[in-house]
Design a protein around this ligand. Sequence first.
Ligand code: C6P
Length: 392
Amino acid sequence: MERVYLDNNATTIVDPLVKDAMDPFFTKMYGNPNSLHSFGHEIRPYMGIALDRLYAGINADDEDNIIVNSCASEGNNTVIKSLYFDSVLNSKKTQMITSAIEHPAVSEVYEFLEKLGVDVKWLPVNSEGIVDPDELRKAIDPDKTALVSIIWANNETGLINPVKEYGKICRENGVKLHLDGVQAIGKIPVDMQDIQADYLTFSAHKFHGPKGVGGLYIRKGSSITPLIHGGEQMAGHRAGTVNTPYMIGMGLALELAVKNLEHENTEVRRLRDKLEDTILGIDEVEVIGNREMRTPNTILASFRGIEGEAFLWDLNQNGVAASTGSACSSESLESNPTFTAMNIGADLAHTGMRFSLSRYTTEDEINYAVDVIKKSVTRLRAISSTQNKEYI
Ligand code: C6P
């Protein structure tokens, strides 16, 4: 076996059906959908099908809005900055709430707003790695809170937050709720008629669609101020010529992801559990979070006595691709933000290794990965004990 890809929370392979569905829109039907001639007109029915698939995929109401954009980072920035412009800048509200375990596409936006003087409340996580709804209830001030942003499923641990409860609390208090749904979609059911959130963000490349396209769901009655002005595309919510091949690809990718949810929760979960059981069989290893409370594809494990970067390098040398945390913060050697939020000791925090599977992961790949991980841990621990002896 040459290589095994276990970094599907960073990005996924594009489903070949998705790639084929996108193909005609590069060289045959390439018109601008806003053009009035036939090259423009002929694209529109396909965009309609894509939108229908997006609505169905998250069970949005016909009167809700879905904005197609470039990625979830754009969606998160749009929601948070929009509520800042609309509610905080004009002094209607002064406070915004988020959690200690957000992806940087949320946490860094709030850090930026803090520098502008916004009162940002950072909700802690409990010992299980979850944002406790009671903490949210305590932090909300109906007169002051402009927005609550919380990650649905954490990208590092896979831990799933109780978003239905957040929805009820926010609704009772008349406060807008924004969910980062990137790691939930395609792994667990996402039903926007069941969850009382006002905004949901997602990226197609996390569910076997192309990179560079995402979606922002906006509930009927909620609005946004566009981040990008300059045209009437997306009903005036986001200017810029729509990336039609990618929008069409994202629609099909979401439909296929929903069709595969059963497989995700049986077969992918079985392979994940098999890998996890082996990892737990190695001495001095800890897996973060109860597996029943996590997305079915994710493991975040810490291996005492092994330095994370060295481990990643060794796994990669032997054909196994994993990650020490978010791909976008992989160049910093800081400890994993989730570990920090969960108060997990620094020596463990620096060894966090994320293994994330997908519906393309095979049993043979898991067997191979198990073998590589065991040998790598033995090798690296032997090296570190030799080095320690040299210093004595
Ligand atoms: N997380 C990871 O390795 P973009 O890059 O805009 O498509 O997605 C950003 C994003 C937002 N929210 C969550 C929960 C995410 O997991 C991500 C992407 C990847 O964990 C790449 S940094």
